[in-house]
Design a binder for this molecule. Sequence first.
Ligand code: AMP
Length: 181
Amino acid sequence: MNSTLEQTLLSAIRTIPDYPKPGILFRDITTLLGNARAFRRAVDELVHPYSGTGVSKIAGIEARGFILGGAMAHQLSAGFVPIRKKGKLPHTTVRVAYSLEYGVDEMEMHTDAVQPGEKVILVDDLIATGGTAEGAVKLLRQMGAEIVAACFVIDLPDLGGRKKLEALGVNVRTLIAFEGH
Ligand code: AMP
């Protein structure tokens, strides 16, 4: 059966109620990653608009953004840049605080990971409130990167993350959406 991209992705993502805490519907992409066809289709679709556009780095947000970002980087013949929780990167870093649902945390990137003017795509599995991606956008811009787009497999539009990034002038690409939290 030649199912649509949306059907393929929706049926490959597992929803876990009340994880990691009551009231959250956790959208688990490990089932998508473990499904060869769904994984390939997701990555193909994420990179599709950007082949031949001179993107030279994919920046992935720890940890699921690393898996998608590595595959995207390979497909676009680009390099990969990890954006990590504080204290994990060994060389000189830039650091930014970002808001979580409750409280704040910090993320880092190596200062030499991107050059000023370099075209970069940011990727994570899911955008909810947009706090995490906003932090990553700030780091990349601080180092002078040109953010071509921020890409996510899943959008939770009710939480407003896409609008938050668009208000920062970032072009946002998502493949599927779930209502609610
Ligand atoms: P936010 O900063 O609110 O946009 O949250 C995005 C980050 O939290 C991403 O790294 C997601 O992987 C993770 N996340 C937030 N909400 C969910 C959810 N409902 N299911 C799975 N992951 C989530």
